[in-house]
Design a protein around this ligand. Structure first.
Ligand code: ATP
Length: 199
């Protein structure tokens, strides 16, 4: 599994649609200061569902949309698509290539898709659970993140090990089941209350 391609349109400094193709192995992105190298990493983080503008080095989510220059008007939306090679079927989907896309409008409206089909953010998260690729995964190591990991609380550090061990999806399912169980307990409690009133 490797990142094959990323397409950006209207994302931060990339007003025009551009495609970056990657091969297996190591790829370096070089360029002068301010040319947009970190914006490419931000785009990867964003399409994987990053919800924090701060993590994307902005003040509000709208800041990911091309803000215009002296010669060019600002844009109304941006879109990023990420294509991952899945020939080894590490992602739980029956395709040898998986394209995840996210689009956001200035109005705040946001859309996600997997291989062209609209989906929810939850589906994007579930696709990448336990692969290390998700926005909380360890495949994107930002500046200062190693220090943060080393100095973080043991419980927070454990999240990384859970992801690597492949148990995040089970933990999430357990959380959901426990929440549902709690709701059912409340319902039962109410029913018993009504029954005792009638009797
Ligand atoms: P360095 O080598 O200094 O770290 P870099 O190549 O990583 O630089 P980035 O931080 O990726 O550069 O890009 C910064 C540039 O992106 C700045 O010129 C900034 O004005 C531009 N930029 C960021 N957000 C937007 C936006 N919404 N619209 C237009 N340009 C933007």
């Amino acid at each position: 599994m490797y990142l094959k391609n990323i397409e950006l349109q209207g994302f931060k400094s990339f007003a025009n649609k551009i495609q970056l193709n990657f091969n297996p192995g190591i790829t370096g992105i070089v360029g002068p200061n301010g040319s947009g190298k970190s914006n490419v990493a931000d785009a990867v983080r964003w399409v994987l569902g990053e919800q924090s503008a701060k993590q994307l080095r902005g003040a509000k989510m709208e800041d990911v949309i091309f803000a215009g220059t002296e010669n060019r008007k600002k844009l109304g939306f941006c879109q990023v698509s990420l294509t991952i090679d899945n020939t080894e079927k590490k992602l739980p989907i029956d395709y040898t290539e998986v394209t995840v896309a996210r689009r956001v409008y200035r109005s705040g409206e946001s859309e996600y898709s997997i291989n062209g089909g609209n989906c929810r953010l939850k589906d994007v998260h579930e696709l990448f659970f336990d692969t290390g690729i998700g926005k909380e995964g360890y495949s994107i190591i930002g500046q200062g993140q190693i220090d943060k990991i080393l100095s973080s609380k043991p419980e927070d550090r454990r999240d990384l090990f859970d992801e690597a061990a492949g148990i995040v999806k089970y933990k999430k399912r357990k959380e959901l089941a426990e929440k549902k169980l709690q709701e059912e307990k409340q319902n039962l409690f109410r029913v018993n209350d009504i029954l005792s009133e009638i009797e």
